[in-house]
Design a protein around this ligand. Structure first.
Ligand code: ADP
Ligand code: MG
Ligand code: ZN
Length: 480
């Protein structure tokens, strides 16, 4: 029988607020362990949490950007479980009434096909602390606990089981990550753990509508890890189903040593969280006016921008996808166009030259110092014939390296294009003297050597000769 994978994702996104969800503690990353805690996030008796308004607004931004319905009233619940990094003994999350429901995210699959993955709910919750397990230590194995992360605001985004392959799951995650960065509500940094997900997967006979039994792998923090876990789990379930054994619903964990997804401890799956309403927090009422304020503050979204770039500038879908990969890059592109309205030339330059220079250096947008006006300055030097395109690429590399203006680099390093006919003529003379044999072959009819001579002249002038001029003068000299 032919089976089809069914995948649903729960993504946890750390919000970029400066303070925690229910107290004033800082959320700064990398602080000394346990230096950013207080009575509230440690859950000492007698303290009261207060919701961070900014965190709610960030949640609303994502909700609106994904077409979710923001509920007029949402509430918080306690999810009870014991774990050393959870001092309160419960996590404050949303259960019965989440912040928002029923939206979706359009993803672009390889080959250009589009697909909508529905979002079931978006909810606010607090993060737990972090346990550091050291395998070696005076007593054999030790565990350290850092509670700085306790109470840091997260959004949980729960998808419907709409994805059908590990690739689709990866693309959904990439699209969601791009969106939260675009909305400036999260840094989406996988390495820092700002973007983690639980993957749920089951198989069912192709064409069936009923869902199969699923397994869940928790807390994955890389796209590769997600794809790898899913591929493993799909083939494991496939083997079970083919041999007539059923799949057992359980929680799995990727085991690096075994290179396999293995069952997590039984104790954890058997857990009953005993959700109940959080008595210390009032229900949140989100009025229409507030929603409209947030809606108006949203930037043009990636999908809208892609559409506009194609229509307005006549660019190809592939190029647009690259230009709109981050908001900074898309803004940069349009910043250039405001000064130099030749969309295709600017797009090509950014995609080929600019991104190549950045990738080579492994730089992010912060490290890139060339302003749009300087890049446009470089285009003008080409248009004016001061430098050739080839030289422009060298100048650009220097601009990226030093942040200097193109004109200055060209002048300082004597990169100005040679326009002087006499200078070019003398370079041609030298080349022809050095190339006696080839010249004889050329005269004997091997006219393809013309391009070779041009190349040699360019080399002699270190690429600075104006190529049109070289062509003309060389033709004259050869008496063509
Ligand atoms: P839980 O509360 O245990 O996390 P949910 O019903 O909320 O379970 O579902 C969690 C995630 O699992 C959702 O993203 C959902 O789409 C996905 N999911 C649910 N059932 C299945 C299934 N049979 N196969 C694959 N994914 C599933
Ligand atoms: Mg779950
Ligand atoms: Zn605190």
């Amino acid at each position: 029988m032919d089976y089809e994978p069914v995948i649903g994702l729960e993504v946890h996104i750390q919000l970029l607020t400066s303070s925690k969800l229910f107290c004033g503690c800082s959320t700064q990353f990398g602080a000394p362990p346990n230096s950013q805690t207080c009575a509230i996030c440690l859950g000492l008796p007698g303290v009261l949490p207060v919701v961070n308004r900014r965190a709610v607004e960030y949640g609303m931004r994502l909700a609106l950007a994904t077409g979710c319905r923001i509920l007029p009233e949402c509430s918080f619940s306690r999810k009870n479980y014991f774990y050393p990094d959870l001092p309160k003994g419960y996590q404050i999350t949303q259960y019965e009434k989440p912040l928002a429901k029923d939206g979706g995210l359009e993803i672009c699959l390889d080959g250009g096909r589009k697909k909508r993955v529905r979002i079931e709910r978006i909810q606010l919750e607090e993060d737990a602390g972090k346990s550091l397990h050291l395998e070696e230590g005076p007593t054999g194995g030790e565990t350290f606990i850092d509670l700085n992360r306790c109470g840091i605001p997260l959004l949980e985004v729960v998808s419907y089981p709409d994805m059908r392959s590990p690739e689709e799951a990866r693309i959904y995650l990439e699209t969601l990550r791009q969106l939260v960065q675009w909305l400036e509500i999260s840094d989406g940094d996988l390495e820092k753990g700002s973007f983690r997900c639980d993957v749920n997967v089951s198989l069912r006979p192709r064409g069936a509508t009923k869902l199969g039994t699923r397994t869940e792998a928790k807390n994955l923090n890389s796209f590769k890890g997600v794809e790898r876990t899913l591929r493993f789990e799909i083939s494991r379930q496939h083997a079970l189903l083919r041999s007539g054994k059923g799949v057992r619903q359980e929680t799995l964990q990727w085991d690096a040593r075994a290179q396999a997804a293995l069952p997590a401890r039984k104790k954890e799956e058997a857990y009953d969280y005993r959700y109940f309403p959080e008595p210390d927090l009032v229900h949140l009422q989100i009025g229409k006016k507030w929603i409209e304020q947030i809606r108006e503050s949203l930037p043009e979204l990636p999908s809208q921008r892609r559409e506009r770039f194609m229509n307005q500038y006549g660019l190809r879908a592939d190029d647009v996808r690259i230009l709109v990969s981050t908001r900074q890059l898309a803004d940069y592109y349009e910043g250039c166009l405001r000064l130099y309205n030749r969309p295709k030339i600017v797009a090509n330059w950014i995609i080929r030259e600019l991104l190549r220079e950045l990738n080579q250096r492994r730089w992010g947008p912060e490290e890139f110092k060339v302003r749009p006006s300087d890049l446009v300055g470089l285009f003008r030097l080409i248009d004016q014939g001061v430098i050739s395109e080839r030289i422009a690429k060298e100048v650009f590399a220097q601009m990226v390296e030093t942040g200097e203006k193109p004109k200055r680099i060209v002048e300082e390093r004597g990169m100005v294009q040679v326009q002087d006919e006499r200078e070019i003529s003398s370079a041609i003379g030298e080349v022809l003297r050095e190339e006696k044999e080839n010249l004889a072959k050329y005269r004997a009819g091997k006219i393809g050597l013309f391009h070779y001579f041009v190349g040699q002249v360019m080399k002699k002038t270190r690429g600075k000769a104006n190529p049109q001029l070289v062509n003309r003068v060389l033709k004259e000299k050869l008496g063509d």
